[in-house]
Design a protein around this ligand. Structure first.
Ligand SMILES: [Zn+2]
Length: 187
């Protein structure tokens, strides 16, 4: 860079700096503030004004707003309902088949399984258990109408009904596990 170039560059810098200062001087801050306020007022008026838009657009905008509210609401309600259902399932489970015999029972107030009864799997007639006492008692479940021996369990009636109670409780535990794994979030 020779001396001439330096002088020229310096002159150019002075000119550009001067122009910039002049521009700053031209800017009237009061005018800026006034136009900014006018802009805010216009924006406020625009927000308050009514617009004529096609009805399909109005419906679309309303629907999208509605969906934004409804989707989370439905998700919340269905999750609550699923919980209630799994609670209710336990008490709606009052019938099953074990050892080829249909069993029915009720639920006590404290959640106990009460009134276990046996029924014929073919004709649904209630079965009166026949206990064969002895050194090792057995209980036979035969239908008087179908003349079929459906099951002969080890032990007396109380022991057999205890076994059925355990089978019912195991089924409930399995159902609870299945429900828990079905509702668990994917890993
Ligand atoms: Zn029968």
């Amino acid at each position: 860079m020779n001396k001439k170039t330096v002088v020229l560059t310096g002159a150019a810098g002075t000119v550009i700096g001067g122009v910039a200062l002049d521009l700053l001087g031209l800017v009237n801050f009061k005018a800026v503030a006034t136009s900014a306020w006018a802009g805010i007022v216009k924006a406020w008026e625009w927000l308050g004004a009514s617009a004529s838009i096609p009805h399909w657009l109005l419906v679309l905008l309303s629907l999208s707003g509605l969906i934004c509210v409804l989707v989370p609401l439905v998700a919340f309600i269905s999750s609550t309902r699923a919980e209630t259902n799994s609670m209710f399932d336990r008490f709606s489970y009052v019938e099953d088949t074990f050892h080829g015999v249909r069993w029915r029972w009720g639920w006590g107030r404290n959640g106990s399984i009460d009134g276990i009864s046996a029924f014929c799997p073919r004709c649904d007639l209630q079965i009166v258990a026949m206990v064969h006492d002895g050194f090792s008692p057995t209980t036979k479940f035969s239908c008087r109408e179908c003349k079929v021996d459906w099951h002969e369990g080890e032990g007396n009636w109380y022991q057999v009904s205890d076994q059925i109670r355990m089978l019912i409780q195991r089924t409930l535990r399995r159902r609870a596990q299945e429900a828990a794994s079905a509702t668990a979030p994917p890993k």
